[in-house]
Design a protein around this ligand. Sequence first.
Ligand SMILES: *Cc1c(COP(=O)(O)O)cnc(C)c1O
Length: 486
Amino acid sequence: MADKNFPLLFERSKEGRTSYSLPELEIDAFDLEEELEDVYIRKEPPKLPEVSELDIIRHYTGLASRNYGVDSGFYPLGSCTMKYNPKINEDIARLEGFSHIHPYQDPNTVQGALEMLYDLQESLKEITGMHEVSLQSAAGAQGEWTALMMIRAFHEANGDYNRTKVIVPDSAHGTNPASAAVAGFEAVTVKSNEEGLVDLDDLRRVVGVDTAALMLTNPNTLGLFEKDILEMAEIIHDAGGKLYYDGANLNAIMGYVRPGDMGFDAVHLNLHKTFTGPHGGGGPGSGPVGVSEELAAYLPKPLIMKEKDSFRFDYDRPQSIGRIKPFYGNFGINLRAYTYIRTMGAEGLKKVSEYAVLNANYMMRQLEKVFQLPYPQHCKHEFVLSGSIQKKLGVRTLDMAKRLLDFDIHPPTIYFPLNVEEGMMIEPTETESKETLDSFIDIMTRIAKEAEEDPETVQEAPHHTIVKRMDEATAARKPILRYEES
Ligand SMILES: *Cc1c(COP(=O)(O)O)cnc(C)c1O
């Protein structure tokens, strides 16, 4: 579907138009076809748009102005921690001493970069209360998988080959059961109780000699703190299993409570959420893994070690699960997280959690006046509303999410977790002002009123966007319609 006012780059194409000019050739032209075997040579030139430099600039500037991000507006996407990413991170990441180095350089020539990574490892150890940290993993899901592979290696080193099951709460993020399956385990569900917390009786029922680990998010995906965590840790440890902490969202607890102190044996963090690495759009992330002393031998290699005053990679780790990513993690994202931690300091990170929790509770208490709130206790960094009142009026949560687009707001996460009917998972984050929170509350209240008085306006939304309501399944499965089909 081509937009007449915004042609595709292919539609701007004019034969023979270019956006480069090369100096005249000073040597004899070289005929590739003579040198290379036939199979390597294209039979026809690739179908590329032929455009001027100005065409390209207008095309991408136009796309950028139609794009939506945290820098352009409020983005309360639950479980994603879409906080503002300070621009000082970008300044530091662009320093030549960092941006012009190469991973194949002799470690003696990049001591500063290694020191930065080492310091980041140390900071994350302190923040999580874990014994050792690796920065290699490039995403939350990869961190989950890495930690599960380590837990598997630990059990196998103890001759414990029959621990085939990983317990996952029914409210867990979808990556949890997926990582368990990819690591070769069977994911077993443990139910939540009416309070939205793990049901301890059900946990006792599913745990057994075949339990390899429990994967848990705390606060959980409903934004609620699992207050019985120490008892849960005991249940799992007594059965010989390990506790894995999905720390993708550490935003509610920094400086207050640490996974290591809650009894967890392994944890991953999403530096592209809590620690202000830019994320979304499939860009690079960083999902460091921290472990207890007992699991440290299995960490991916190499780790960065400090010896007297110099830094080096330590490959001498015979029990390591091996390398899980080329080179050493996503350096640029790790550097941004390091910059964030250094600029905030310990007190600053504590304040981050205080404001994240305050903002979420303020918003929740205002919105429960017009939406059903399934779990009425105080929340942590996020909360989940149900659109069940509006559904009775014929307006669904999807309609309300689309209506938000008319007010230039990115909708919250919807229909998740699955145990909430018509769920809306809202995470305001600490970086939003009271004015922004109030404006969102006003707009949501207005939409709830529209659902009562003028449901069609909501059902047919969005009205003011460039693209109207899309077929969600096709948009997800076929995001790009080819030029020929358009
Ligand atoms: C985002 C998230 C993940 C997955 O992180 P990715 O970097 O997207 O792989 C896992 N668990 C929770 C709770 C999350 O919010």
